[in-house]
Design a protein around this ligand. Structure first.
Ligand code: FES
Length: 200
């Protein structure tokens, strides 16, 4: 477990703001910029972007202490953060690999072979859905409709949609990610360090 996730946030720390978990200066600046978009008392509206920042900052997943920290920033109850983070499939509540594969399993993709696709990936990587490969490279998830039904079956890796998949095509895509060996996230780190795309 990364050291940044190790200590739990106590209620006293939440009240005083002195938590063991903290955003980088750049991420904190961006978080405050986003929170300022909303009137006082309505900062909860910034929850989704703050969770994206948190996930980018802390190795691609949200531990309870990270979610507590986000709650503290927004001045809301931790349970309000847990509810949202556990609802959306793009948030990971346990450690993930460098590359998170999200295969759509909803109707149109299912009809076009998503089930076979998942079985193929499971066999290729030697893991089951929800698991991470022992080398920490891949995590396999199944998710609901990603709004690309016309190009089913499809999967999302980071911010990239891979569409009209066949087993052969999927194998090449995964080999390509493995050869690159890079961390692929939903929310690019540059958005934290260079947030010119976040307009006031
Ligand atoms: S059903 Fe797979 S993208 Fe819509």
């Amino acid at each position: 477990m990364p050291s940044s996730h190790r200590k739990f946030v106590t209620s006293k720390q939440i009240k005083t703001g002195l938590t063991a978990v903290r955003f980088s200066d750049e991420a904190l600046t961006l978080a405050h910029k986003i929170m300022k978009r909303y009137p006082e008392g309505k900062q909860k509206s910034a929850l989704l972007p703050l969770l994206h920042i948190a996930q980018t900052e802390f190795d691609g997943w949200l531990s309870p202490q990270v979610m507590d920290y986000v709650a503290m920033l927004l001045k809301i109850q931790p349970i309000e953060v847990y509810e949202v983070a556990s609802f959306y499939s793009m948030f990971n509540l346990k450690p993930v690999g460098k590359c998170v594969i999200e295969v759509c399993r909803t109707g149109p993709c299912w009809l076009m072979g998503a089930e076979d696709l998942v079985k193929f990936i499971e066999k290729k990587l030697g893991i089951k859905e929800g698991e991470t490969t022992p080398d920490g490279m891949f995590t396999l998830k199944t998710v609901e409709c990603l709004a690309s039904c016309g190009t089913a079956p499809m999967m999302q890796i980071g911010e990239t949609y891979h569409e009209n998949l066949t087993l052969e095509k999927t194998e090449k895509i995964l080999d390509n990610y493995k050869n690159k060996g890079e961390v692929v996230t939903h929310w690019r780190k540059e958005r934290v360090t260079n947030h010119s795309d976040i307009k006031q």
